[in-house]
Design a protein around this ligand. Sequence first.
Ligand SMILES: C[S@@+](CC[C@H](N)C(=O)[O-])C[C@H]1O[C@@H](n2cnc3c(N)ncnc32)[C@H](O)[C@@H]1O
Length: 374
Amino acid sequence: MSADIDVLGRRLTESLARGGHFQAGWTQAVFERVPRHLFAPETVWTWDAATSRWVPVRRGRAPEDWARLVYGEDAVVTQVDDGGMGPGREATSSISAPAAVLNMLASLEPRPGDRVLEIGTGSGYHTALLCERVGEQRVTSVEIDAKLVRAAVRALADAGYRPHVVWGDGELGWPDGAPYDRLISTAAVRRVPPAWLEQVRPGGEIVTPWFPNYHGRGLIWLRMGDNGTAQGWFHGREAFMPVRGQRAERLDVRAVWEATRHEARRAASGPDLRDLDAHGEFALSVRLPGVGCYRQEHDGWFFLSEDNASWAQLSGGTAFRHGDRDLLAEVAAAVEWWRAHDRPKLFDFGVTVTKDRQDIWLRAPDRIVGAMGV
Ligand SMILES: C[S@@+](CC[C@H](N)C(=O)[O-])C[C@H]1O[C@@H](n2cnc3c(N)ncnc32)[C@H](O)[C@@H]1O
């Protein structure tokens, strides 16, 4: 290990320790046994705001920049545009951000010997951490991209791990290894796939990043009941790339606004969103499923319906709306609802999932306040 990587690795560990991220069996010792750089490919990617695209950072050419990205606090993008010849705009695989990884693993709380199904092998980094905790024989990991599968199997073997890594669509789970005690996805879903409910045993647990709309984010923890229903709580607000089959059409918010702004109507006033924090934003996505909520510079807000046909903008005391839906009024009602319910935190919301429904509830399963991704 080069001195650089040593120092950067130590700095990252210290910062995670300060942030209280080593918890529930995911100790600093476990984390340190799996060096991130063993899983990072020669080329990783960094966002260039000036050209609005991902640009490569090669270990051979810029080893220090590469190491800084690999041992940074953010996710490290390891593939763009599915490894194809796209415009370099879409990150399609990454080594997840260290704090997010630890938070998710702490929510999962697998015990040594548990059978774990992981969706989204990516680089294999997270798979290796699972091997450390439950044993490599107990881990099955599914990745949809065949090239990534090959690279992950190699990296895992080089690092000393031989879990069962398979090429497939993780939305279908991996029935051959079922039933599982735990299922963890490192790709986000809007709709929890029915196969997951079938393949996790009653009493088993599912942890997955979850998105209510294109720009929304969340993390859900579910326990399987014995009737094919899973129930649990929102545990965080993680942002992950979606599973391939649930990729929303990429909304180019600016393009929608530019194409229609001359038709927008100025409203006499808009809702006051000054107290709307991240929890309030989450509540908005519960109350207005499918409406994207974009915080803009200088305290501005932009809301866009999923069909791109209606939007509302609040900026510097002025309010505009466009389209058939009055999103200004809908947002105002949703924010009022949040205030009237004592500004619930996202941790106050839970979800009940069956193969046909996802009901969101507030504080208790019988207080359903939204149905999402159904
Ligand atoms: C955030 S990355 C995974 C990070 C990974 N756990 C790591 O530590 O490197 C998400 C991964 O999910 C994969 N993926 C997307 N859709 C999938 C699907 N339907 N089934 C399995 N893998 C999928 C992507 O190809 C990508 O590699």
